[in-house]
Design a protein around this ligand. Structure first.
Ligand SMILES: NC(=O)c1ccc[n+]([C@@H]2O[C@H](COP(=O)([O-])OP(=O)(O)OC[C@H]3O[C@@H](n4cnc5c(N)ncnc54)[C@H](OP(=O)(O)O)[C@@H]3O)[C@@H](O)[C@H]2O)c1
Length: 252
């Protein structure tokens, strides 16, 4: 994965920025998207001089199909029709009881975390001049067992997981990678919490996004198609099988 052309959605901050740093060290060119011109400007100021001509910025809300069309057009022009990898990193994380999350936010999360990714993949499959492209779909939350307060986030990611698994069986000419990074230290406190208080002790298990991004890069280069660093998923599944009533107590 050296000297490749990469797109990272939502790559100006958080885990997307950590992935950007790894790809830059490996001589790649990268387009990142952000809704915020300020975030883009700050990223550009902070970038070391030798990386400045390797990063391209696309300011978009990633709100509808037209935004995806424009992103792909811009990327094809910028990279002379050669896009090697798209990392679907942008994501809306809502935590709280279903009854407390406004319905419009719920829809927004499904739109960003699943529907627009499916639209992007459909365009790649239909346009057909995206040769040998890798598409990385990032999972999160609990994708094996339903846990309280995650009806939006985990459900959107579970939908994305099952969708990716189905496409892998249907379209062998598309290289799809499922990636669960596990809990990360990317400022979850900035996300939208509805009547839910974070337990500070649990933030201790969150990993450094740079360490995880480096590990991810190596596994991607090794050709892994399922990259899962979330041990929590298997532990939850075991607890669910043997002590189903414990699940809600663990999450609180
Ligand atoms: N943090 C974790 O513990 C964790 C654990 C497992 C998986 N993940 C996954 O890893 C990826 C990155 O995680 P992160 O912690 O860096 O996530 P994040 O900060 O919550 O979100 C990533 C980016 O998504 C974009 N975004 C957020 N809401 C949006 C909206 N409504 N419309 C359009 N774009 C929006 C933002 O980019 P702009 O503001 O620049 O537009 C943001 O920087 C996500 O897919 C997440 O699900 C994270």
């Amino acid at each position: 994965m050296q000297k490749k052309n990469i797109i990272i959605t939502g790559g100006a901050t958080g885990f997307g920025k950590a992935i950007l740093d790894v790809f830059l060290k490996n001589d790649c060119k990268i387009i990142i998207t952000s809704r915020s011109q300020k975030k883009i400007d700050n990223l550009n100021i902070d970038l070391p001089k030798n990386y400045k001509n390797k990063v391209y910025y696309f300011n978009t809300k990633l709100e509808n199909e037209n935004d995806i069309d424009e992103l792909l057009e811009y990327s094809q022009k910028t990279f002379n029709n050669k896009i090697d990898c798209i990392i679907n990193n942008a994501s809306l994380s809502l935590t709280g009881k279903f009854k407390d999350i406004p319905y419009y936010e719920y829809k927004k999360a499904f739109n960003l975390n699943f529907l627009l990714i499916s639209y992007l993949i459909k365009k790649i499959l239909v346009i057909n001049n995206f040769n040998n492209i890798k598409v990385v779909n990032i999972l999160g939350g609990s994708i094996n067992v339903g846990i309280p307060y995650s009806s939006s986030y985990s459900l959107t990611k579970l939908t994305l997981k099952v969708f990716t698994e189905i496409l892998k069986m249907e379209d062998s000419n598309l290289e799809l990678i499922l990636f669960h990074p596990g809990p990360l230290n990317t400022g979850i406190e900035n996300r939208k919490l509805y009547g839910f208080k974070l337990n500070p002790i649990k933030s201790l298990v969150r990993k450094d996004p740079h360490i995880i991004a480096n590990k991810f890069y190596k596994d991607l280069c090794r050709g892994k198609k399922i990259i899962n660093y979330s041990k929590f998923q298997n532990i939850l599944l075991l607890i669910y099988i043997f002590f189903p009533k414990m699940i809600s107590r663990l999450v609180k």
